[in-house]
Design a protein around this ligand. Structure first.
Ligand code: HPA
Length: 279
């Protein structure tokens, strides 16, 4: 109960701070930028930005390439909240810092949640720079972000997971990618805690379990967002072939570099998608 009430208090303070800074705006959508996706938020038109460390409850990111800014961006007739930088389970601070942005976005009234990440490609036809819309996931993080008291009274204790990723949003993402000549697929994402990359034997095992791409994020936010009743979707940039699929050894810098090359199509796809959502 202690953790919940402290979180509630910080959420209230963050909400007040954002309303004081931005007025009574209710964003329709929220995007979380994963590895490689941050630069997308750098030059969006009509945007107001605040550093994480000024916002109660939001903590600075510890991973290279995760900038730590919250943006409010006007797209079409609506507003989108963009978290430029995310916290990860492997940073060692538990689920709190990963849950907080989703709880805050929900409190602000968003309806749609777009989660992005960089992922290793397991499906043999995936090339570096492709995008994958998440159709489902395997949670191999070794824990569940919903452990502990439910975030609010409406949240079910045992949330159904049959359709975590909203079919209508998945279709809109695929359509947006195709309109921008991106190589875009749908597939299953397997999440591990990291921070070590996987072994080739693990990748072979996950491939035979039905995984198409592998990463260290997204599943916690998707699970929480879905349990809160948000319309959730996920988009991976395939930044490398997973261990053993390529003969190259894996480095975080290469992940960032690959995403940089694919960035124009990632950005065009997301902007088309957000414009369609704002409709
Ligand atoms: N494994 C895990 N996480 C990742 C990878 C990978 O190959 N690429 C980008 N994030």
């Amino acid at each position: 109960m202690q953790e919940l009430s402290q979180t509630d208090q910080l959420l209230g303070e963050a909400l007040t701070y954002l309303r004081d800074s931005w007025g009574e705006i209710i964003p329709d959508s929220c995007m979380i930028c994963g590895s490689g996706w941050g630069p997308l938020a750098d030059d969006l038109p009509d945007t107001q930005s605040l550093p994480y460390d000024q916002i109660p409850g939001l903590s600075a990111t510890t991973v290279a390439g995760h900038n730590g800014q919250l943006h409010l961006c006007r797209i079409g007739d609506g507003h989108t909240l963009i978290f430029q930088g995310r916290r990860h389970f492997y940073e060692g601070d538990g689920w709190g810092p990963i849950r907080f942005p989703i709880l805050l976005a929900h409190k602000l009234g968003i309806k749609n949640l777009l989660l992005t990440n960089a992922a290793g490609g397991i499906r043999s036809s995936f090339e570096v720079g492709d995008m994958m819309v998440l159709s489902d996931h395997l949670n191999f993080m070794g824990s569940n972000p919903l452990i502990g008291p439910p975030a609010n009274q409406e949240m079910p204790r045992f949330p159904d997971q049959t359709e975590v990723y909203e079919p209508a949003l998945r279709n809109l993402l695929v359509q947006s990618g195709q309109e921008n000549d991106a190589r875009i697929h749908e597939g299953v994402y397997v999440a591990l805690s990291g921070p070590a990359f996987e072994t080739p034997a693990e990748i072979r095992a996950f491939g035979s379990l039905g995984a198409d791409a592998v990463g260290m994020s997204t599943v916690p936010e998707a699970t929480l967002g879905h349990a809160l009743g948000l319309r959730v979707c996920g988009l991976s940039c395939i930044s490398n072939k997973a261990a053993g699929i390529s003969t190259e050894k894996l480095k975080h810098e290469d992940v960032e570099e690959a995403a940089k090359i694919a960035l124009p199509k990632m950005k065009a796809t997301v902007l088309s998608f957000l414009n369609k959502l704002a409709g």
